[in-house]
Design a protein around this ligand. Structure first.
Ligand code: 6GU
Length: 267
């Protein structure tokens, strides 16, 4: 899978993309991450990429022409856009999804990561300053994505989060087993993990884990997932697929007795 990232700060991506799993996946040819410096497409001698907002107000706005040229180049229509300075040349209909990182976007979820992971290529635009000129968003952005309800200084960290979450779903990037029983893929949190020593500073591990009884280990882990989700993220239980046995277990542990609005059994 290929990711094209348009950013004013390409150096921010060294680290997250040059270490560990994403590094290995790129070396193995499973992943191709291409950074594009938006400033390289500035047209004036000062290489300016932002300007004052019409109508006044705080902050700066990313200039439309600079971002548009960067996008055109990445999508292989740079020459056309260069030749036509006066008209808006539409992006090719057959294009990879163009995603804008923005705190005003759709909330990013595991479900969205799974959906995006189906595409062979994604283009991510990292917004900066107060945002991008609305006209470029209208012509050229397919989807705006936010990684949470807080404000970052720019879209770079959000792009790193999205690339990481999508890349790890590509076949071969992770050991297969680690993506199916994990937090969020089925709306339940993960069970607790333990490794050696079996007693650490006087703290033993749960006895079931060394019982050798595989079915009991499996059931214990599943119950731990239910319990943790109930205690920490009861909102997730609304979309989890639960058996009648699961519901019964959850009720025994207080599900449905809470007055919190998040608890579906309360309403
Ligand atoms: Cl995508 N960008 C910015 N600037 N802030 C954010 C965000 C994105 N997602 C959450 N906060």
């Amino acid at each position: 899978m290929r990711f094209d990232i348009l950013t004013l700060f390409p150096a921010m991506f060294t680290g997250p993309f040059t270490e560990s799993i994403l590094k290995r996946a790129q070396q193995a040819g499973l992943l191709d991450i291409v950074l594009h410096d938006i400033r390289a497409y500035a047209t004036d001698k000062h290489k300016s990429t932002d300007d004052y907002p019409f109508g006044g107000g705080a902050g700066m706005v990313m200039k439309p022409e600079v971002l548009y040229r960067a996008l055109a180049e990445v999508l292989g229509m740079g020459a056309v856009v260069q030749a036509e300075a006066e008209v808006l040349v539409p992006l090719p209909a057959e294009r990879p999804p163009v995603l804008l990182m923005s705190p005003a976007g759709e909330p990013f979820t595991q479900g969205m990561a799974e959906e995006l992971a189906q595409a062979p290529r994604l283009v991510l635009i990292c917004g900066h300053y107060e945002g991008i000129d609305e006209r470029v968003r209208e012509c050229c952005v397919d989807r705006e994505i936010s990684i949470g309800d807080y404000v970052l200084t720019g879209g770079e960290l959000a792009a790193m989060v999205i690339v990481d979450a999508v890349a790890r779903l590509q076949p071969g990037v992770l050991a297969a087993a680690s993506t199916d029983e994990e937090s969020h893929s089925d709306s339940l949190l993960e069970y607790p993990h333990y490794t050696r020593p079996a007693v650490w500073r006087g703290q033993p591990i749960p006895a079931v884990l060394t019982s050798g009884h595989h079915a009991n280990v499996h059931r214990w882990r599943h119950e731990q997932r239910l319990l943790r989700t109930l205690q920490r993220r009861p909102d997730l239980l609304q979309r989890a697929v639960l058996s009648e046995q699961d519901r019964e277990y959850l009720r025994r542990h207080g599900w449905g007795t809470s007055l919190l609005p998040d608890d579906p059994a309360a309403s």
